[in-house]
Design a binder for this molecule. Structure first.
Ligand code: GCU
Length: 389
């Protein structure tokens, strides 16, 4: 029924499984020169090759942190959340120029702890109001109280602090600060890469913050933020886990399935998100030298969680599941099982918390819900806090 409705509202968009084309996914364990990857010792070279493919063809190449970067403590309130947390507001500056972008990091550090705390960093794509540090506005999109209650630092920044979410010719935001538009190439970083770069700068700060256990940090995001979280986890291996909630096309979903949103659609609607070379594959997904299962594989042997919602067919839940599952060979190199299921998609509202890789599809529509957060934290508990499962 949903398929009928969506198909009639969006003619030309495929929502029928039987119309998914036949495809062959690029092999995770075959190097460009034909050599096969046999062991964990072979993985770093293959991983680097895959990372370069994504830089070259999908997200673009990002610069290093600027030499002048500095961290400014704006506020510390040890009695936030009725005493449950310490609020820390840290501004990350990239330049002394007056109009330069500033990443305003919000952190609630649990007060009940005996050691540095693990952390969840949300790349917030839904406006600053959803990460309100005064807590007057609360939303399930960022359930900071619950995150703290479960023993994690609840941290977030607004993606627009780094780069505006519009096609401005890359003259504003961090692009405007760090590069000249005329020097851009087809593989220069797009806006998703810029947001992911922002997450890496938070990590730069966290390694200096004694409240945070920088070996147990999770990067997460929803939709465009979920695409970004996966790329942030791929680019910056200091993140111990990445979470992609309903990230869809250009995130966890396999491009070759051409189900729901496709490359042509996304690159036309959001020309600033990816590098311009990605646009060469509009309607030619089979020509891509990669697919999104390789993005998931870049997390190996670290933890990754992919989640979908059953009504969010635009993001292709099955394509997201298949990418998570297809990453298994990379985990196997490290004697990890990955999703480790029998191949079938799990039932609704039945999280599959595997060994290194987790997946769920919940009932409902496109949003980051409390249910999603709780599942993600369950996996982090197992993977990062080493509680007996
Ligand atoms: C649009 C876009 C998606 C994206 C989503 C979101 O629907 O087509 O690719 O994930 O916005 O960020 O909510």
């Amino acid at each position: 029924e949903l398929v009928e409705t969506l198909s009639s509202k969006q003619p030309g968009v495929n929502y029928r499984e039987e119309r998914v084309p036949n495809y062959v996914l690029p092999d995770i364990l075959s190097c460009a020169d034909g050599r096969a990857v046999h062991s964990a010792a072979d993985w770093p070279a293959r991983r680097q090759e895959i990372l370069e493919l994504f830089r070259e063809h999908v997200y673009g190449r990002s610069p290093a942190a600027p030499a002048g970067m500095r961290f400014e403590t704006v506020e510390i309130d040890p009695k936030a959340m009725n005493g449950a947390a310490t609020l820390k507001r840290i501004n990350i500056h990239f330049s002394e120029q007056a109009d330069a972008p500033v990443l305003r990091l919000v952190m609630f550090v649990p007060n009940q702890r005996t050691a540095p705390a693990p952390a969840f960093l949300l790349i917030c794509n839904r406006g600053v109001e959803n990460i309100d540090y005064t807590r007057k506005i609360k939303s399930d999109f960022w359930p900071a109280e619950r995150i703290v209650e479960r023993g994690y630092v609840a941290a977030a920044f607004f993606n627009g602090d780094i780069d505006p979410d519009k096609h401005d010719g890359f003259v504003n935001g961090i692009h405007g600060l760090l590069e000249r538009p005329e020097a851009r190439t087809p593989s220069s970083w797009g806006t998703l890469a810029a947001w992911a770069w922002g997450a890496a700068r938070v990590m730069d700060y966290w390694v200096t913050d004694p409240d945070v256990d920088d070996t147990r940090c999770v990067v997460t995001g929803h939709s465009r933020g979920g695409k970004t979280a996966l790329w942030a986890g791929a680019e910056d291996t200091r993140f111990a886990m990445a979470v992609s909630n309903e990230s869809g096309c250009g995130g966890a979903a396999l491009s070759r399935r051409c189900y729901g949103e496709t490359l042509s659609i996304i690159n036309k609607a959001m020309p600033h998100w990816f590098c311009s070379r990605f646009h060469d594959y509009n309607g030619r997904e089979e020509a891509l030298p990669l697919d999104q299962h390789l993005l998931v594989a870049l997390m190996a042997p670290r933890a990754v969680y992919i989640s979908s919602a059953d009504q969010d067919l635009w993001a292709d839940p099955r394509g997201e599941f298949l990418a998570a599952q297809a990453a298994t060979p990379a985990y196997a190199l490290f004697a990890r099982k990955g999703l480790g299921n029998d191949g079938a998609m799990p039932d609704l509202n039945t999280p599959l918390l595997g060994d290194g890789v987790a997946y769920h599809v919940r009932e409902g529509s496109h949003t980051y819900s409390l249910y999603d957060w709780d599942c993600h934290m369950d996996m982090a508990d197992r993977e990062l806090k080493l509680k007996p499962s």
